[in-house]
Design a protein around this ligand. Sequence first.
Ligand SMILES: Nc1nc2c(c(=O)[nH]1)N[C@H]1C(S)=C(S)[C@@H](COP(=O)(O)O)O[C@H]1N2
Ligand SMILES: [Mo]
Length: 206
Amino acid sequence: MAGVPEIPEEETRLPPGQYIPRGRPVIHYGRVPAFRPQTWRFQVFGATASGEVHEFDWAEFSRLPPAVVMADFHCVTKFSVLGNEWEGFPAAALLERAPPAPEVRHVLVWAEYGYSANLRMSDFDRPTTLFATHLDGARLTPETGHPVRLVVPHLYAWKSVKWVRAVEYLVDDRRGFWEDRGYHNIADPWKEQRYSYQEEPGEGPP
Ligand SMILES: Nc1nc2c(c(=O)[nH]1)N[C@H]1C(S)=C(S)[C@@H](COP(=O)(O)O)O[C@H]1N2
Ligand SMILES: [Mo]
């Protein structure tokens, strides 16, 4: 309608408490690991359907079916980066190649140096949850997760594990690195689920 001021799209797209920074912040705990393609392995372990550990080398992992996801990125420290084009392999494709046992409800995603984040299977299984190798048309840099990082755009970005090396299938939920240090087990930015003291009964492991 004429005369009605429009709310800029960037404002309606920002979850509560978030802002758009200048540039693209890079943050992580600890050092940036080196990628050695000859010895790199990706493991799927825990409650697999077969009871066996699945292991992929880089060539095998790279043969998962490709996908592209356009998404915003929200860090709990309050910056958001809008409109990222991630390219990689859907988490759902990994679930097909390395099926979980029927009673699996959660995953713990593991990175180099022991960083981890837990997710409900319903969050891991979303079509927009991706193992990304590229951002905005370019290969990930060492700092942003090369060779591969998880991207879970609908949750706070600490769940988007860089330098990912393994997925553990869980029947009972277990907290990851930040979830164990006071951050919310679910981490939905639209509900501002930042800290574990905000958790409702049933939103985290006892
Ligand atoms: N392996 C690993 N992944 C990680 C982290 C980390 O410390 N280690 N930090 C997380 C946090 S808190 C954020 S905000 C994003 C930052 O991603 P970026 O550096 O590409 O912006 O990576 C996430 N993934
Ligand atoms: Mo973050």
